[in-house]
Design a protein around this ligand. Structure first.
Ligand SMILES: Nc1ncnc2c1ncn2[C@@H]1O[C@H](COP(=O)(O)OP(=O)(O)OP(=O)(O)O)[C@@H](O)[C@H]1O
Ligand SMILES: [Mg+2]
Length: 152
């Protein structure tokens, strides 16, 4: 079952966000790209850790902030977990091996994807914007330009 267009939901705890990520991860196949957007502390890394777990990767999952890219081996697919936070806008394209990261043979999770120029990521990318409503409540908006969003 899939939904086209936009899908919005709320979570009220870190665990709930992680489990939502895990459900998405279980449905992703090689070639999937997830663009995570939202402010500091929104929950991008929590959600990404859930996706990694759902894909069968084993932790610990840290934020890749200080390494730019973490590689994980999942069940049947390699996963690249990228964090663009520390990069200047001018370096976001040049400092990373995008051809390899976005290859259809692996899954790519991108934190701070809003730093990329509009239209840079392939249309199959699943966009996930996380908004902090209060200490525990988060609003998650899923959007995909081409293709459906898995029902979570
Ligand atoms: N509903 C929720 N979902 C996710 N995280 C939550 C929620 N409620 C509270 N939190 C807390 O919010 C924080 C989210 O941190 P996380 O590192 O995932 O954010 P981030 O978006 O990756 O930030 P950064 O841009 O700094 O990397 C954690 O401390 C977590 O415990
Ligand atoms: Mg993070």
């Amino acid at each position: 079952m899939v939904r086209a267009g936009v899908f919005k939901t709320y979570t009220v705890s870190e665990g709930e966000t992680r489990r939502l990520g895990q459900r998405l991860g279980r449905r992703l196949a090689p070639g999937a790209i997830v663009a995570l957007k939202g402010d500091l502390g929104a929950g991008k890394t929590v959600f990404a850790a859930g996706i990694l777990k759902g894909l069968g990767a084993s932790g610990p999952f840290r934020s890749p902030t200080f390494t730019l890219v973490w590689e994980h081996q999942g069940r049947g697919t390699m996963i690249h977990h990228v964090d663009l936070y520390r990069l200047e806008a001018d370096d976001v394209i040049t400092d990373l091996p995008w051809d390899r990261l976005l290859d259809t043979g692996s899954v790519c999770l991108i934190e701070w994807a809003d730093k990329l120029p509009r239209g840079f990521l392939p249309k199959r990318t699943i966009d996930v914007t996380i908004e902090r409503m209060n200490a525990a409540r988060r609003r998650l908006v899923f959007w995909r330009q081409a293709g459906d969003i898995p029902t979570l």
